[in-house]
Design a binder for this molecule. Structure first.
Ligand SMILES: C[S@@+](CC[C@H](N)C(=O)[O-])C[C@H]1O[C@@H](n2cnc3c(N)ncnc32)[C@H](O)[C@@H]1O
Length: 191
């Protein structure tokens, strides 16, 4: 029988091996590191600035952001045991919460310099038949503003789905009207 991992490093290594065996290795190596580096460069964040990642999943973005010296908090539903374990192994703070249309986010007790969401899927109806409409997005974006510092920025990468139903043109227009830069599925509010 294989020896049980004892240290956090060994546990983490085993988790990564499991992911690699499940065919997720390349995605982790290239996808997450790529988006993290690009994001942090784009944001020009200074060490110590506060980052909130919505739908943080296993915490890959926050884990890397933490290495760059940022103070990080994640939010996710907490339904996936592997993600829960990785969050713990990465030593990340996570708020367990389900984002719902027309419901404000919880009180985090602090404001954030950057709020992110990667491959975001919270903007779907429960039966996944459609993405949020303009009113639902407006409520959400107004609420997000309450959690930002005065110069705070938002970067959303929306998982639009195969037929783009979760990111229709009218929502893209809404983002543009509110001053966002939109590149494909990436939506950036900031200076
Ligand atoms: C495709 S995964 C992306 C995970 C992570 N952002 C990444 O890029 O690796 C989508 C994540 O959003 C979370 N999620 C989906 N709906 C949500 C909701 N309504 N509220 C909070 N998190 C949600 C899921 O649990 C999952 O972790």
């Amino acid at each position: 029988m294989a020896d049980k991992p004892t240290t956090p490093d060994e546990k983490l290594q085993n988790e990564f091996n499991r992911w690699a065996q499940a065919g997720e290795g390349e995605k982790m190596e290239f996808h997450h590191l790529d988006i993290t580096e690009k994001t942090l460069r784009l944001m020009d964040l200074r060490p110590g600035e506060r980052v909130l990642d919505l739908g943080c999943g296993s915490g890959f973005f926050l884990f890397l952001a933490k290495q760059f010296g940022h103070a990080c908090v994640g939010l996710d539903v907490g339904d996936f045991p592997l993600s829960n374990e990785l969050i713990g192994l990465f030593g990340l703070e996570r708020v367990t919460w389900r984002i719902r249309a027309f419901q404000p986010l919880p009180d985090f007790g602090r404001k954030f310099d950057l709020i992110t969401a990667f491959s975001a899927a919270f903007n779907r109806t429960e039966d996944e038949s459609r993405g949020w409409n303009a009113e639902e997005w407006k409520f959400f974006l107004d609420d997000l503003d309450r959690h930002l510092t005065p110069d705070g920025e938002i970067l959303l990468e929306i998982n639009s789905g195969k037929d783009k139903r979760y990111f229709p043109f009218e929502i893209r227009d809404l983002f543009l009207k509110r001053g966002a830069r939109v590149e494909g599925e990436r939506v950036f509010f900031g200076s």
